[in-house]
Write a protein that binds this ligand. Sequence first.
Ligand code: 6GU
Length: 235
Amino acid sequence: MRIDIITVVPGILEGPFSHSILKRAEDKGLAKVRVHNLRDYGIGKQQSVDDYAFGGGAGMVMMIEPIASCIAGLKKERSYDEVIYMTPDGESFDQSMANALSLKENLIILCGHYKGVDERIREHFVTREISIGDYVLSGGELAAAVVTDAVIRLIPGVLNDETSALTDSFQDGLLAPPVYTRPADYQGWKVPEVLLSGHAANIEAWRFEQSVRRTQERRPALLAKRYKGDNTKNG
Ligand code: 6GU
């Protein structure tokens, strides 16, 4: 999978992909993330990427031309499954969307900034708009990093047994159960007996029960969704 991220602040995205699991995905050749500085496609002596909003009002709007020429350059090299626009008014990102995106070959992610992009970009280039939650970030970059992380770790071969995505919270529509490691007794704080029993079926049953209880207590809406079978909206 290849992800091309378009941004006016590439510096924000320098860190996240050069560490840990995402670094290993790159090293194994399973994922390639490339960050493009929109300023390189800017207009005129100032290499402008934004301008005042027609109709007035505070805040700048990202112009069509730099984005169009950046996307055109990318599309000349390969074809893309999706052009994603990161915006607080997009569709809420969740695990089922991450699963769906992890099956794609090439993605462009456009990060919004200022008051956002000229609406015609959204009409004519963008195929999917994503928000990572109901709060406002200064720009789409951190949201793009969140989506990229959630998607890349699902690509087969990126995770090993120890980090397997199969036991993640949300992967089966439930929150993950509690986990413990040594010591089995820390100053009287004991690990649940069943986990020390070596009885695989009992352990699995205990974990499932804990997952259901935790989901019921913390995220009851998830349970309702699971029993409606409503976890395929992006499938
Ligand atoms: Cl995708 N962008 C911005 N600027 N804020 C957000 C967001 C995206 N998702 C949640 N808040």
